[in-house]
Design a protein around this ligand. Structure first.
Ligand code: TRP
Ligand code: ZN
Length: 879
C-alpha cells in the first residue's frame, strides 16, 4: 500500500520527456466485488530508450503477482513503494502481467474504482482523469501513452446485472454460481485517463442516431430507477449535439454505441470517457418539477461538452497535463457555440463573461494565478481551473475571431486530421490553425504562457473639422506569482462606432478608399496603437470589444451619456449589457466613495432600462440580465482593502434605488409575463427569467410585494418559478419565507438535487444569522459530508457566493469553512482543495479580516495528515 501526505514534488513543463516505455495493447480482467476487487492486467510493453528501467504508476493497491512473459517474478525481482512498481531487468518487448486487489467500498476519494450509492442500490463506477487509473492497476498513467484496450468484467449477476466498459460489447455470458461476465473491445487507442467501467443495477432509456457517415449508433442513458424519468431531455440534447458537431465542425461519432451513466457521487460535472461518459446527476437530469431553466441549459451544455470531447480530447489528446487547456479550452469553446446556436447566444455570452470575471479574473488577481498552460504544477487536480477552462476558451474564441468562421473551421479540420490518434501540444494546435490559413500564429502562444488579466485602455478623439475619429489603444498586464514582467499580447478588438441618430456607422480607416462594414476587428498586438476613422459626421459612441472579443478589462473614458446611449442603441445585444454593467459599476463605486450615486447618472440609467422594458421586441432574457446587478464578489473585483459590509450596503442601496424607479413597469412585466403551461423552450424560459428578475427587484422596492411572491409560489407549475418565488419571499418576509422553505423541503424531500438548491438558497442568505442556519443544516438528514453536491451546495455557496456572511467580521465564517475543509479533506481531497480556493482573495480584504483569514489558513496548514491536494493549495495561498 502507498498513500501520500504533504504536497507532491513540483513538475515542470520544461522537464517533459517522451515516455521511455510504450504500451500497445492492454487486456484487463476485473473480478468485481465492492469489498475486494481483483484486477488482472496484461500489458504489451515496448522499451523506447535502451537501459530505461520499467516503472509503472501503482497507488493504493495490494500487489498479488507480477509476471513477465508468463514467468512469475520473485519478490527480489521488483519493488513496490511510494506509488511506483519498479521492474528492473526487463528490456525490449515484454508482456507484463499483474494481479492486484483494490477496495472500492472504502474508497471515498471519488477517483479510481469506487462505489456510488449505499446498500444494495450501490453500484461500481470509475473516475480516471487525471491520475486515477494508477489506483486501479499498475500502468504508465500519462496521457501520451495510448493503447488498445480489451476489458472483461465479472460480477454477481443479481447485484450487478449491468456491466459496461469503453467500446463495443463483444461477448456476454453466464459463469454459473450466480456470476456473469461481459467483454469489451475499444478499437480506438486511448490514454488511461479515458478508461471507464460501470457495474450495477441501473435502468436505461435507449434511442438511436444515424451519423452523416451512415453509422447507426445506439444511444443509452443509464440511471437509478428513481431518476430514470429525468433522462429524456439529456437524450434530446445528445442527439442535437451529435448533429451540431457534424454540421458545424464536420465531426462524426466513431463507435456503434454511446453510453451515458448518471451518478450522484462525483467531484466534477461530468467525464468524457471514450464511449462511456459519466455524469454528475446534477448535469444530466431535467424535468419541470425538479430542474430549473438554468439546469436545462446546463444539461444541454454539459452533454454537448462531454460529447464534443470525443474529438477535442479523445481522438486528439494532450501530450501531458500542462496542455490540459488544449482539450478543455477548445471543448468549452465548442460547448459555448453549441448552446449559442441551439438556445440563446446573448444569454450564453453574458453568462460566460460573468463567470470569467467572477472566477477567472479573481484567480488571476491572487496567489493562485497561473498561465492557461501552467509551467509547473504539484497536484494536477488543482489545475482544472477557471483559467484553464474559461480563459482557455476565450483564447480559442479570439483565434476564431481572428481567422474568421471559415478559416477557423479549416484550421480545426487540419488539426483533427493531422493529429488523429495522437497526443499533442498547444504548439501543434497553433501550427495546424496557422498553416491552414497561411498565417503565423506564433505570437498567440503568449496568451497560453502569460498569466494575469490585461487591461486595454481606450481613448477616443473626435475632430469635428476633419470629421475623423481617432482611437488610441494601450495594453498592460500586472505582475503575477513567478511572472514579474509581461509582454504585449495579440488582442482582437471588435468595434463599431454608434451614431445616436443613424446607428452603427460604415467604417473607413485612413488609407482606405471607401467605407466597408459597420463592424470590424482591430488587432492590438503592441503595447499601444492608434486607428483613425474617416467620414465620421458627429462624435460617435465607441462600441468596443463587441461580443466581448477579448478577455481583458476595458478602461474606456466614456461619459455616462455615451454609456446610456450604448445601452439604448447598440446593435450588439451583448454590448448593450456590457454598457449597462459599466454604468452599474460606476454607480456602485460612487456609492462606496460618497455614500450615494450621482443622481443624474442614476436617473438616466433607470430611464434607459425603463425604455428597454418598453421595447417589445427586446429578448426577454437580455432584459432580465440588464436588470440583474453584478454580485458582491464581482463588484469587489477591483477594490483594495475590501470591506464586505460596505460592499453589501452599497449594492443593496443601488438595487433598491433601481427597483423603486422601475417599480410600476416591473409590476406590469411581472404580471404580463405570467406563463401559461410550462415548456422548456428557450423563449418560454426567457419569459420566466424576466418575470423572476422583476419579482426579485419588486421585493427590494417594497417588502409588501411578499404577497406577490407567495402567490407565485402557490401557483407555480415548475421549479424555476417556485424557487424564484421562495427566494423573493425569504428576502421580503424572512418569517413567512422560512415557513415556505419548510414546505419546499417536504415537498421535494425525495429529490436530492432539488434539496441541494434548498441548501444553497439558505447558504446564500446575506443576514449574518445565516451562518447559524448553515451550521444547523450540516446535521440535516439529507446532508452528507461525503457527497460533493451537498458540500458545494451548502459550504461552497457560503464560501464562494455569500461574501457578507463568509467574511463576517468576527471570523465565524472563516472558522466554519476551514473546519468543513478539514473534514472533507479526510474523504474527498479534490473537493477540499477546491473549497480552499475560496480564500484566494484573502490579501485583498481589509486588515482585520486579512489577519483572520491568514491565521485560519495557517492553522489548517499545520494540521497533520492533510492531502497533497489541499497542501498544494494552502502552500500557494500562503506563499
Ligand atoms: N474532463 C472533465 C471535463 O469534461 C473534467 C473532470 C471530470 C475531472 N472529472 C474529473 C477532472 C475529476 C479532474 C478530476 O471537463
Ligand atoms: Zn472537459
Amino acid at each position: 500500500m502507498s498513500s501520500s501526505s504533504g504536497a507532491k514534488p513540483t513538475r515542470y513543463l520544461r522537464d517533459h520527456r517522451a515516455p521511455e516505455w510504450r504500451i500497445d495493447a492492454v487486456a484487463l480482467e476485473f473480478d468485481l466485488d465492492p469489498a475486494a476487487t481483483i484486477v488482472s492486467a496484461r500489458l504489451d510493453l515496448e522499451q523506447q530508450v535502451a537501459g530505461a528501467v520499467l516503472c509503472l504508476d501503482a497507488c493504493d493497491m495490494d500487489l498479488l503477482e507480477v509476471r513477465v512473459d508468463e514467468r512469475a517474478l520473485g519478490r527480489d525481482e521488483f519493488s513496490h513503494a511510494d506509488g511506483v512498481l519498479r521492474v528492473p531487468g526487463v528490456q525490449g518487448r515484454v508482456r507484463l502481467a499483474t494481479r492486484v486487489r483494490i477496495a472500492p467500498a472504502t474508497n471515498t476519494t471519488l477517483q479510481g474504482l469506487y462505489t456510488s450509492g449505499a446498500g444494495e442500490h450501490g453500484f461500481l463506477i470509475t473516475q480516471c482523469e487525471a491520475e486515477g487509473f494508477r489506483h486501479i492497476t499498475p500502468f504508465l498513467d500519462r496521457p501520451d501513452v495510448l493503447a488498445r484496450y480489451e476489458v472483461t468484467l465479472r460480477a454477481d449477476r443479481a447485484r450487478f446485472p449491468l456491466l459496461l466498459a469503453n467500446g463495443n460489447c463483444v461477448e456476454q455470458g453466464d459463469l454459473g454460481d450466480g456470476r456473469h461476465q461481459a467483454r469489451f473491445i475499444d478499437p480506438h487507442p486511448k490514454p488511461s485517463y479515458l478508461f471507464a467501467l460501470v457495474a450495477g443495477a441501473l435502468d436505461n432509456i435507449e434511442d438511436s442516431f444515424v451519423t452523416a457517415e451512415g453509422r447507426r449508433v445506439r444511444l443509452l442513458i443509464h440511471a437509478q430507477a428513481d431518476v430514470i424519468d429525468g433522462c429524456g431531455w439529456a437524450m434530446q440534447c445528445l442527439k442535437q449535439a451529435m448533429r451540431w458537431d457534424e454540421q458545424r465542425f464536420g465531426r462524426c461519432y466513431d463507435l456503434d454505441v454511446f453510453h451515458i451513466v448518471a451518478t450522484h457521487d462525483f467531484a466534477m460535472g461530468a467525464m468524457e470517457n471514450k464511449g462511456l461518459n459519466i455524469f454528475n446527476a446534477k448535469y444530466l437530469l431535467a424535468s419541470a418539477d425538479a430542474a430549473t431553466d438554468d439546469d436545462f441549459r446546463h444539461v444541454l451544455a454539459v452533454v454537448g461538452h462531454e460529447y464534443f470531447h470525443n474529438w477535442s480530447g479523445n481522438r486528439v489528446t494532450c501530450r501531458d497535463w500542462f496542455q490540459l487547456s488544449l482539450k478543455e479550452g477548445l471543448t468549452v469553446y465548442r460547448e459555448q457555440e453549441f448552446e449559442a446556436d441551439t438556445a440563446s447566444r446573448t444569454l450564453r455570452r453574458i453568462d460566460d463573461v460573468r463567470l470569467l470575471w467572477r472566477a477567472q479574473f479573481a484567480e488571476d488577481a491572487g496567489p493562485l494565478a497561473h498561465p492557461v498552460r501552467p509551467a509547473r504544477y504539484s497536484e494536477i487536480n488543482n489545475f482544472y481551473t477557471a483559467t484553464v477552462y474559461e480563459k482557455g476558451a476565450e483564447i480559442v474564441r479570439m483565434l476564431a475571431t481572428q481567422l474568421g468562421r471559415d478559416g477557423f473551421r479549416r484550421g480545426l479540420d487540419r488539426y483533427f486530421s493531422r493529429h488523429d490518434g495522437t497526443a499533442v501540444t498547444v504548439e501543434d494546435f497553433l501550427a495546424a490553425l496557422g498553416e491552414a490559413n497561411a498565417v503565423d500564429l506564433g505570437p498567440w502562444l503568449a496568451w497560453y504562457a502569460q498569466a494575469g488579466t490585461p487591461t486595454v485602455q481606450a481613448r477616443g478623439h473626435y475632430d469635428a473639422a476633419a470629421r475623423s475619429y481617432t482611437l488610441h489603444l494601450r495594453q498592460s498586464t500586472p505582475p503575477t506569482p513567478n511572472q514579474p514582467d509581461k509582454q504585449p499580447l495579440p488582442i482582437p478588438v471588435a468595434l463599431a462606432l454608434i451614431d445616436a441618430t443613424t446607428g452603427a456607422l460604415p467604417l473607413r480607416l485612413a488609407g482606405e478608399a471607401s467605407a466597408g462594414a459597420s463592424e470590424r476587428v482591430l488587432l492590438l498586438d503592441t503595447a499601444q496603437a492608434s486607428w483613425c476613422f474617416l467620414d465620421v459626421p458627429a462624435e460617435p459612441v465607441p462600441s468596443l470589444l463587441r461580443g466581448y472579443s477579448a478577455p481583458v478589462r476595458l478602461d474606456l473614458d466614456a461619459t455616462p451619456d455615451q454609456r446610456v446611449a450604448q445601452l439604448r442603441h447598440d446593435s450588439d445585444g451583448f454590448n448593450r449589457w456590457f454598457a449597462g454593467d459599466a454604468i452599474a459599476r460606476r454607480l456602485f463605486a460612487q456609492t462606496l466613495a460618497s455614500g450615494s450615486p450621482d443622481p443624474a447618472t442614476l436617473q438616466s440609467w433607470c430611464s434607459a432600462l425603463a425604455a428597454a422594458l418598453d421595447e417589445r421586441e427586446l429578448d426577454a432574457a437580455l432584459m432580465a440580465e440588464l436588470l440583474s446587478l453584478p454580485d458582491a464578489h464581482s463588484l469587489s473585483g477591483e477594490l483594495a482593502d475590501i470591506d464586505p459590509e460596505a460592499v453589501h450596503a452599497g449594492r443593496s442601496a443601488l438595487e433598491s434605488a433601481l427597483a423603486q424607479q422601475l417599480h410600476a413597469r416591473l409590476r406590469a412585466r411581472h404580471q404580463h409575463n405570467a406563463t401559461t403551461a410550462w415548456s422548456p423552450a428557450t423563449a418560454a424560459a426567457a419569459q420566466r427569467r424576466l418575470r423572476n428578475a422583476c419579482l426579485a427587484l419588486l421585493v427590494r422596492a417594497d417588502p409588501a410585494h411578499a404577497a406577490l411572491a407567495a402567490s407565485q409560489y402557490a401557483q407555480a407549475d415548475n421549479l424555476t418559478d417556485r424557487l424564484a418565488a421562495l427566494a423573493a419571499l425569504l428576502h421580503a418576509d424572512p418569517v413567512r419565507g422560512a415557513a415556505l422553505a419548510d414546505e419546499f423541503a417536504s415537498r421535494h424531500a425525495n429529490n436530492a438535487l432539488v434539496l441541494d438548491k434548498w441548501f444553497a438558497l439558505q447558504a446564500a442568505q446575506t443576514t449574518p444569522a445565516a451562518l447559524a442556519r448553515v451550521t444547523e443544516l450540516t446535521s440535516h438528514a439529507a446532508f452528507h459530508w461525503s457527497n460533493p453536491n451537498k458540500v458545494y451546495a451548502l459550504v461552497g455557496t457560503l464560501a464562494q457566493r455569500n461574501q457578507r456572511v463568509f467574511h463576517r467580521a468576527d471570523g465565524a465564517g472563516y472558522r466554519f469553512v476551514a473546519a468543513a475543509i478539514a473534514r472533507v479533506d479526510a474523504l474527498t481531497p479534490q473537493v477540499a482543495a477546491r473549497l480552499a480556493t475560496a480564500f484566494g482573495a484573502w490579501r485583498r480584504y481589509e486588515p482585520g479580516r486579512r489577519a483572520l483569514m491568514q491565521q485560519e489558513l495557517a492553522t489548517l496548514r499545520a494540521k497533520s495528515g492533510l492531502s497533497a491536494d489541499l497542501c498544494d493549495i494552502l502552500e500557494r495561498l500562503l506563499a
